[in-house]
Design a protein around this ligand. Structure first.
Ligand SMILES: Nc1nc2c(ncn2[C@@H]2O[C@H](COP(=O)(O)OP(=O)(O)O)[C@@H](O)[C@H]2O)c(=O)[nH]1
Ligand SMILES: [Mg+2]
Length: 480
């Protein structure tokens, strides 16, 4: 073959090679998947710890050492993982959180005051059949955001007018424990003429009183969850802004509100509420809560059992209100506005390391009871759901004690409040919603633990409880 012909052949081959490479890349890119995983949970339910641990384990999932029930990792199909969020404007403080869990003594992350995001990329080997058609390798991008749980409870406001919101709040504040805790505030409201003109200073001062009340209701002994507006409790960048000057009218709503003067307190509150929904709540959800593909709902069942019936009922109401307004059905407001398509939901009872392993099944079951009606609604929309007890970071070790010649399963760890090393029998998780006798017996006393230090090197299965099953439920089907 002449040199010319040979060069021609090589040029054609190279063009074909590059075309084929190009096509292959395009096909791979076209099929690369980006999924947004919604981390949903009330304040202190364990969102930040979950995101940190989930990301930490996924970033090591190519090692195949810590997630035995996450098939893609256990089968050795994950080639490499990378954190792509360093260039983001609001990166999730993963390194800082992990440092806190590795130092001695290790500590849990601070509570979240603002929004942050993390994007992980998992490069994986396709399953053999598909690999031949689509190319051997693909990348899955996973977006997660972290934010204060308080903000989540603003979501239902998007579906309510000011008057409807006041009506809901009035019902809540008419019942224990709000009714007695808010006695002074309710008395003050009775003296207000809603139709009289109100100055900025009056509005700000009344809002401040309401904010103090919300703070009290959040703390023990009340420990309530359904507290709105959420930004009054966790203002983030809005601290000091007059966008936060608002509160609900808890007395009878004034008649003929349309006839009220523009400078009346009623109209000013109505406008403040509309502005809050429009300028604060809507952008938050529009920018961050649309196009979710999957969702994990984190619930701290054990803490709510500790805190008694009123707190339990309030948390259940808060959760159900919240999940209703996510509305997976066709007619939901959020779906209409932002059309999210959540195709998989995992309900997770967090901090399962606060009970012994033989109670995990009870905790699954108890969570199921807590979210039963929401789960049924979600399933009706053909969404795949599951309830699972897990611990993002396992803080306790199993131990055994002998009592009257019998073996008793116990836990060993360091108390979160005192740092003292303890071994205890944490008690049983009920498999039915507690009745009067259970609530009155002070039966539930689950203890909070400080974390055990995480290793600097590879993680192992004992560093979590069932995080791998969570990963498999949420992501497993994507590794095709
Ligand atoms: N033992 C244990 N405690 C946890 C775990 N996850 C969270 N916690 C506890 O719950 C607290 C709140 O967790 P965090 O993630 O900050 O909650 P967030 O407000 O939903 O972000 C932490 O300070 C820990 O005390 C876990 O996996 N195991
Ligand atoms: Mg947090």
């Amino acid at each position: 073959m002449s040199l010319n012909k040979e060069l021609h052949r090589l040029a054609r081959k190279s063009r074909l090679d590059s075309l084929s490479h190009h096509l292959k890349t395009r096909v791979e890119q076209g099929l690369e998947q980006r999924i947004k995983l919604a981390i949903t949970g009330l304040s202190r339910s364990g969102k930040t710890v979950f995101i940190s641990s989930f990301a930490h384990h996924l970033l090591q999932s190519d090692l195949g050492t810590s997630l035995p029930f996450f098939a893609a990792s256990a089968d050795g199909r994950i080639i490499a993982a990378r954190d792509l969020s360093t260039g983001s404007i609001q990166p999730f403080p993963l390194a800082k959180t992990l440092d806190g869990l590795r130092t001695y003594p290790p500590h849990w992350p601070d509570s979240t005051e603002t929004l942050s995001e993390i994007c992980l990329a998992l490069r994986y080997r396709r399953s053999p059949g598909l690999g031949r058609v689509l190319g051997e390798h693909a990348t899955l991008y996973i977006d997660l955001i972290d934010y204060p749980g308080e903000w989540l409870l603003d979501l239902p406001l998007l579906e309510l007018t000011f008057e409807q919101w006041c009506q809901q709040q009035r019902q809540l504040f008419a019942q224990a424990p709000r009714a007695s805790a808010a006695q002074a505030w309710l008395a003050r409201q009775h003296d207000i003429d809603w139709l009289a003109p109100a100055t900025d200073a009056e509005l700000a001062q009344l809002s401040e009183t309401f904010r103090t009340l919300l703070q009290q209701l959040r703390e023990p002994p009340h420990s309530l969850s359904l507290l709105q507006p959420g930004r009054l409790l966790m203002p983030g960048e809005l601290a000091g802004s007059d966008l936060l000057n608002l509160f609900p009218i808890l007395t009878a709503f004034p008649e003929n509100p349309a006839e009220a003067a523009d400078d009346s307190l009623l109209v000013r509150l109505q406008q403040a509420y509309d502005r809050y929904c429009q300028d604060v709540v809507r952008p938050f959800y529009q920018d961050h809560f649309r196009h979710f593909d999957r969702q994990i709902v984190l619930v701290d069942c054990l803490k709510t059992l500790n805190r008694g019936r009123a707190c339990f009922n309030d948390m259940q109401l808060a959760l159900n209100t919240l999940l209703q307004s996510f509305n997976y059905g066709r007619s939901g407001l959020l779906r209409r506005l932002f059309s999210p398509r959540i195709s998989r939901v995992l309900f997770a009872a967090t901090k399962a390391d606060h009970v012994t392993a033989n109670q995990h099944h009870n905790l699954d079951r108890f969570l199921q009871l807590m979210v039963e009606s929401a789960q049924r609604d979600i399933r009706f929309e053909h969404v795949d759901t599951r309830c699972l007890a897990l611990a993002s970071v396992r803080a306790t070790q199993a131990a055994e004690a002998r009592l009257d010649g019998q073996h008793l399963s116990c836990l060993r760890g360091m108390r979160k409040d005192t740092g003292e090393e303890i071994a205890l029998f944490p008690g049983e998780v009920p498999v039915e919603l507690p009745g009067d006798a259970d609530w009155n017996s002070e039966r539930f006393r689950f203890v909070d633990f400080a974390p055990r230090p995480l290793p600097a090197g590879p993680l192992r299965p004992e560093h979590h409880i069932r995080l791998d099953q969570a990963a498999d439920h949420l992501l497993g089907d994507l590794f095709r």
